[in-house]
Ligand binder design. Structure first.
Ligand SMILES: Cc1cc2nc3c(=O)[nH]c(=O)nc-3n(C[C@H](O)[C@H](O)[C@H](O)COP(=O)(O)OP(=O)(O)OC[C@H]3O[C@@H](n4cnc5c(N)ncnc54)[C@H](O)[C@@H]3O)c2cc1C
Length: 429
């Protein structure tokens, strides 16, 4: 029997979990070749990007190198950025690769597949707001998180000398915006230890701007209210029910014509599918750049192409789409793993069932807030403080377990903690 080539594009919460499980189960055999393609050489779990942005985690400690992980988990890693997909010839095309100085390193490459899994994730959606692309950093990739971090360090350096206030504006008070605002407060409190003696929290204005009538609009009222109380207490300036009409070099112009000044501007609102999908003319791509999939996560009209995670639009029986969340991405990866194994054994594939376990939002190092789903009788229940924080941390632990297995994930976490103990609490370069 010819080897089946399973090509997974995108090594994030969904794609990397799938590649790891398939690689461990089937990799290295003559039956299956599992290949994971990602444009980046390093994986950081996306819900941790705001921590990279403020420097509380260091990618050299927490980042996973696909090449090394693939070797140990039975899949091949290829670095590349998908730019075309042709279901008729069962090929994808990867874009040319250039060095930092612009030299051509690799010509565009064609990759053949038997089964293709698209797991490219999503990007923030500026809703075509004037000036947003030009002036804001979109907190949706590791590169952008690193860019924000560099700009933050530059601002702190200047602030320590001049003591002129720094204003940071964040558009979108969903989990990303709220978590980033809370971390910024923590960072400003911590930098003194590292010789930034002239900086205090009074030198930093963080503006959080939300068009909906409450922060964390997707979450229950009680969770939003509690998070708002915490943000108020630490001095975050909330602009609720305020829509940004235009972004300029100096800040945000609102629908009412007011100006919210900010030297560093972050866009953390909305989610849409990856830009690459705009070229996938033979697949059903929605106006928001997601690809439509059926209940088994198969791209509509295609036998051998699947899509999982934020890039896939899967409408549930309730009529609602699967939400763009890490827990949904992980669940899709689990079901698709079983379906691919079943398919290879000639068994039937099962439809995806989404289980909402609730949501947790981190409010910096010491706290978190959220709602957890109980059973039908008890509905949802509210959690906060240290317990919620521990639960939040356990979500990351579950992600690590899907990549390494439970035992190795625990060892890995302990090793990370020991390394961190030796290093500064904040990444200062
Ligand atoms: C700052 C932040 C905080 C968040 N917090 C939470 C949270 O607390 N809880 C929660 O449930 N969800 C949270 N989310 C959402 C969650 O991270 C996503 O829903 C989840 O990561 C989606 O997984 P995915 O595998 O679909 O995509 P991703 O994890 O985004 O992975 C996509 C991968 O595809 C690669 N890729 C993209 N384009 C290409 C291309 N053209 N070619 C090759 N590779 C490509 C990327 O490099 C990336 O590795 C947060 C998101 C952000 C940005």
């Amino acid at each position: 029997m010819a080897t089946k080539r399973i090509v997974i594009v995108g090594g994030g919460a969904a794609g990397l979990a799938l590649a790891s499980k398939l690689g461990r189960k089937l990799g290295g055999s003559d039956v299956v070749d599992v290949c994971l393609i990602d444009k980046s050489p390093i994986h950081i779990w996306k819900p941790k990007l705001h921590e990279v942005a403020v420097g509380v985690i260091d990618q050299s400690i927490e980042g996973l190198l696909y090449r090394d992980h693939g070797l140990k988990n039975g899949y091949r890693y290829l670095r590349g950025e998908i730019e075309q997909c042709d279901p008729d010839t069962k090929t994808i095309r990867l874009a040319a690769v250039y060095s930092d100085s612009g030299e051509l390193l690799l010509e565009p490459r064609q990759i053949e597949y038997d089964f293709l899994v698209l797991a490219l994730g999503g990007v923030s959606n500026s809703f075509n707001t004037l000036g947003a692309e030009q002036h804001c950093i979109f907190l949706d990739s590791l590169d952008n998180a690193n860019l924000f971090h560099q700009k933050l360090l530059d601002a702190l350096l200047q602030l320590n000398e001049t003591q002129e206030k720094v204003s940071i504006g964040i558009v979108g008070a969903g989990a990303t915006g709220v978590e980033l605002a809370a971390e910024l407060h923590h960072v400003i409190e911590s930098v003194k230890e590292y010789g930034y003696l002239n900086i205090s929290k009074h030198h930093l204005d963080v503006h959080l701007i939300e068009a909906s009538p409450k922060i964390l609009p997707q979450l229950p009222e009680r969770v939003s209210a509690r998070a708002q109380a915490v943000l108020d207490k630490i001095g975050i300036r909330l602009h609720i029910g305020v829509q940004v009409k235009e972004v300029t070099r100096d800040g945000f112009i609102t629908q009412d014509g007011d100006m919210i000044k900010a030297s560093l501007k972050v866009w953390a609102a909305g989610v849409k599918g990856p830009k690459a999908f705009q070229n996938f003319s033979k697949l059903p791509i929605t106006p928001r750049n997601q690809v439509e999939v059926d209940a088994c996560m198969r791209v509509k009209g295609q036998q051998d192409i699947y899509a999982i995670g934020d890039c896939a639009l899967l409408i549930l029986d309730s009529g609602q789409p699967v939400p763009p969340r890490a827990q949904a991405a992980a669940q899709m990866a689990d079901t698709l793993y079983e379906n691919i194994v079943n398919r290879l054994q000639g068994k039937v594939e099962k439809p995806f069932v989404y289980k909402d376990y609730g949501s947790l939002v981190s409010l910096s190092r010491f706290s978190a807030v959220g709602n957890l789903m109980g059973n039908l009788r008890s509905g949802t229940f509210f959690v906060e403080g240290h317990i919620a924080r521990l639960m939040y941390i356990s979500l990351y632990q579950r992600h690590l377990a899907s990549l390494y297995g439970w035992f190795s994930a625990i060892i890995y976490r302990i090793a990370q903690k020991l390394l961190k103990w030796q290093r500064p609490k904040l990444k200062l370069h």
